[in-house]
Unconditional design. Structure first.
Length: 173
């Protein structure tokens, strides 16, 4: 590749992907930070939910297997709107699994075997933690007058509370 073409390619790679927003650069950075952490947690929770879905066993296998599949689909459905919201306000979003690992607060579970009741309890706690973190980011975006992000978070908080409720009820004796 010629040096002129190489230089042009390097310049394009350095070109900022800043989307103009009336919220301002400081608000954009705050929203980016909070929502990227939420996005990392959502990806971690999605994978853990699928892991438990794939490795479910026991007398309630079918019900739990289907419940976790439904919940995983709902969790995954959050990812693109979160990333797109970050971009709409001028931020940059996650780029890799490594980036997710650096930001996630939901702990992975790599155990060879997890009892079905323990799976439900762990996912319930993770969903409750995610709810609390979304509330924290909601406070920030409220202060920044970012109504659209606040509205999205409100819906996701409700969905996440519902998942935690279902996991709680499914695990009662």
């Amino acid at each position: 590749m010629g040096s002129a073409k190489k230089s042009e390619l390097q310049q394009r790679r350095k070109a900022p992907l800043i989307t103009p927003t009336d919220l301002g650069a400081a608000a954009s950075k705050s929203i980016e930070g909070g929502m990227n952490a939420i996005l990392a947690d959502v990806f971690a929770l999605y994978l853990k939910t699928k892991n438990f879905h794939w490795h479910m066993s026991g007398p309630h296998f079918r019900d739990y297997h289907l419940l976790l599949d439904e919940q995983a689909d709902q969790i995954y459905a959050m990812t693109d709107p979160i990333a797109e919201r970050i971009r709409k306000v001028g931020g940059m979003t996650l780029r890799s699994i490594g980036h997710i690992a650096r930001l996630q607060r939901i702990k992975d579970n790599d155990a060879d075997y997890v009892d079905a009741q323990d799976m439900l309890a762990e996912l319930r706690e993770d969903n409750q933690s995610l709810t609390a973190r979304m509330r924290e980011v909601h406070e920030v975006v409220d202060e920044l007058n970012d109504i659209a992000t606040a509205s999205l978070l409100e819906n996701w908080i409700d969905e996440t509370e519902r998942r935690a409720w279902f996991l709680f009820e499914a695990s009662r004796h």
